[in-house]
Design a protein around this ligand. Sequence first.
Ligand SMILES: NC(=O)CC[C@H](N)C(=O)O
Length: 430
Amino acid sequence: MSDTAAPRPAYLLLEDGTRFDGAACGAPLTDVGAAPAGRSTGEVVFTTGMAGYQESVTDPSFAGQLIVFTYPHIGNYGVNGSAMESDRIHARAVIMREAVNHEDAPTAEQGWLDWLSDCGVPAITGVDTRALVRHIRDKGAMRGGLFDGDVAQADAAAAIAAEPPMAGQDLASTVTPAQVETVGAENAASGGPLIAAIDTGIKRSIVRELVARGAVVRLHPLSDGPEALLEGDPDAIFLANGPGDPGVVAHVIPTIQALLGSKPVFGICMGHQLLCRAVGLETYKLPFGHRGGNHPVKDLSTGRVEITSQNHGFAVQTPDGSGRIDGDEPVRWETDFGPAELSHLNLYDRTVEGLVLPEANAATVQYHPEAAPGPNDAGYLFDRFLERIRTGSLAGVTRQTGDAAAQAAGVAPTAGTTKPAATTENGDAA
Ligand SMILES: NC(=O)CC[C@H](N)C(=O)O
């Protein structure tokens, strides 16, 4: 297709009645009232990533959501099989300021808009995304839908009202695999550790990072219990990212509780949230979430600031119910599985970004050390995870406990790409 194909009017409607007009691109919009598989209603969220549009839309954690890209020009390097975070697009629709196909870009295997169209995913271009994002920032993420210009607004509003809100939705169950799959089996020959993962919608790049460090990764359906996960005596348990509300994935909580303490456990994003729920902490919905590749996070043990990749709408609640941490000092909460020590803090809004549970042999981060898309500052967390498995303890996987620990983990104390801790309140490196 060409970038100058005749535009067809389309519009984005939010549940509060706010409307943004633009031109349809990607797959044709299905009729209002179409089967759920074809619907383009859901939660409207924005990501501030400047690149990595293909990784974002294929990240299973975006299931049930319409993605607004704040970066104003999307598609400029086409799409490529190596950028897939799963086998398909999970976002329900894509909202852009300006979209291009660029099938001739040097690394492109296909054009961005042709690919969206082939995948059956509708999109809209020409939207004032700055005004839209400011609206979402002020009012919070909300339901919305993408509609053909001919659809009456009252019908569009009815379709949005029929959409369930994100809070309360168990979407992990919709993306978890039906069967166990093992990746990196070749690493077994060289004695690589076996990591059993609860696959709530794991990104391929997480698996890639673990396999690249010598692990064999066994991905389990969400319905598998402790016995299935412990089959073959794995060396560690991994809790993956995933879509939807962590507060309603109740059936996995007893499984995590049964595993805690028996094996080192590491969790990322939804895995972090589920582990926290398993030890008795709560999760809550953020106003508009954290999505993008520019979120500053402070490692409280070193004072070092990482620029991180994030994609989440929920967060772990603090015991005082504020969701925020005052001060930069390490914080410790009592849980049903021993103390949970705050290891990482978000410098934008002071929310919980990581915890270590020494007695439960567990550690978690809310953000994405695998990046994809985003900066690689936090890749060291995978090194530490593997090293702690090899040394028989995971306590402190996300916490640097001094030079000796850093050297044992193969990480130089000052390694990394970010500057030390001089930060302003909004996290900008000073
Ligand atoms: N990337 C993730 O794992 C997201 C977790 C959860 N669905 C949230 O939005 O907070």
